[in-house]
Write a protein that binds this ligand. Structure first.
Ligand SMILES: C[S@@+](CC[C@H](N)C(=O)[O-])C[C@H]1O[C@@H](n2cnc3c(N)ncnc32)[C@H](O)[C@@H]1O
Length: 384
């Protein structure tokens, strides 16, 4: 059983890391140097990331950076998303927030707009605004059982009425080398929180340190290794599985470092960048649509347990049809629309628990008996 107070160890280590560069926490990452030019040296020096999720952002995105540290990822993201986009950095360490907030106006002045803000919170509890809680506790300090119970009530109210990050409000959640630092008992809640704050159709792009084997207990109880992004690492398999358990779909490894960042007692710790989408939940309706998996694999299984063979025409509900038409699936499918469209408000429920073939007559209509001449060939030559 793990018996270390991991959060205290992490806070202490990163408070020190905000004041002075901690070389042991640095992992070599190649960022786009154009974006670094406007970022003050103090921020660049206190870079404790292990990947670059900002490569996968788009103009106009609203982005949440979990464990934003001194703000480097937020300041790069600010330039990628442009003035129409917005960046929120969340960190629990006052010293990190102080450096990030002090440098935000400098970056804003250099790029010509300010679209970054930093908020204080724990990433496994993104509803609780720790600065608002600090203010309440200054007014009503905890000094007996009654005030302790009242504080619990204040926290509930704050989460509900003034959440740090609102539900369904974010296009992309990014994070760089932080999720491993969250205590094991809160890891599940952490992934649920990422899911909660994302809009339907939003995605997470997370870089983190992962291990190729389970981390044994004696390493988990080492405060130096814990705060050093080693002991709290999920296995590569566990990391992907955590997204799946939280309800994400289309989960994929965007980057896996070949060379381990560190090896401890034979266990390899390396950076992984993973993308995962929110939005497969919801009702299923029959609109006579079909999809054909193009290959190259003989068959595939999606996150809703649809198993599909290459080249076969399958019946799918309207929701699955529309999910497949977007990233990350789009390139893998052919889409067959029905000849007569069924308006959504007239569509009947579709049973998504089974995967059934769709006969071409279902999409064309059983009364379809047309015979046509051969189509004109594009280059004036014969088609066959
Ligand atoms: C390894 S550093 C990474 C900082 C930053 N992402 C970067 O790329 O430089 C980890 C950061 O996460 C913060 N942190 C760790 N655990 C946290 C938690 N549970 N909630 C909020 N912030 C946390 C620390 O204060 C620290 O700033």
């Amino acid at each position: 059983m793990q018996n270390l107070n991991t959060e205290a160890a992490v806070r202490e280590r990163y408070a020190a890391g905000a004041r002075m560069t901690e070389t042991k926490l640095c992992c070599p990452v190649e960022y786009n140097s154009d974006y670094l030019k406007v970022i003050p040296e103090e921020v660049i020096q206190r870079d404790y990331g292990c990947g670059d999720p900002t490569r996968y952002l788009r103009e106009g995105d609203t982005v949440l950076d979990l464990g934003s540290g001194t703000g480097k990822i937020c300041f790069i993201a600010a330039q990628v998303v442009g003035p129409q986009g917005k960046i929120i950095g969340v960190d629990m360490t006052d010293e990190m927030l102080e450096v990030a907030r002090r440098n935000a106006p400098v970056v804003a002045q250099r790029i010509g707009y300010g679209n970054v803000e930093f908020r204080k919170g724990r990433i496994q509890d993104l509803a609780l605004d720790l600065e608002k809680l600090d203010a309440q506790l200054r007014k009503h300090p905890i000094n007996d059982a009654a005030s302790y119970l009242r504080a619990g009530e204040v926290m509930r109210e704050l989460r509900l009425k003034e959440p740090l990050v609102a539900t369904d409000s974010i296009d992309v959640v990014v994070s760089n080398c932080v999720l491993n630092l969250v205590e094991p008992k809160s890891k599940r809640q952490l992934f649920e929180e990422i899911f909660r704050v994302l809009k339907k159709g939003g995605r997470a792009v997370i870089s983190d340190i992962t291990s190729d084997e389970e981390v044994p207990e004696h390493l988990q109880n080492d405060p130096e290794l814990w705060s050093g992004c080693i002991s709290g690492a999920l296995t590569e398999e566990g990391f992907l599985g955590a997204f799946s358990e939280a309800g994400f779909y289309g989960i994929q490894v965007l980057r896996r470092d070949k060379k381990p960042w560190q090896t401890v007692e034979g266990i390899e710790f390396r950076s992984l960048t993973v993308e995962a989408f929110k939005g497969k939940q919801g009702p299923c309706f029959e609109r006579n649509q079909a999809v054909i998996y193009r290959g190259p694999f003989r068959e595939i299984l999606d996150d809703d347990n649809h198993r599909m063979e290459r080249g076969v025409r399958y019946a799918v509900c309207d929701k699955t049809y529309n999910l497949y038409r977007k990233e990350p699936y789009r390139a893998f499918f052919e889409f067959v629309d029905p000849r007569d469209e069924i308006p959504l408000k007239e569509a009947k429920p579709f049973d998504c628990s089974r995967t059934a073939r769709r006969h071409p007559k279902e999409t064309k209509g059983y009364d379809y008996v047309v015979t046509t001449e051969a189509s004109t060939c594009r280059d004036g030559g014969a088609c066959c």
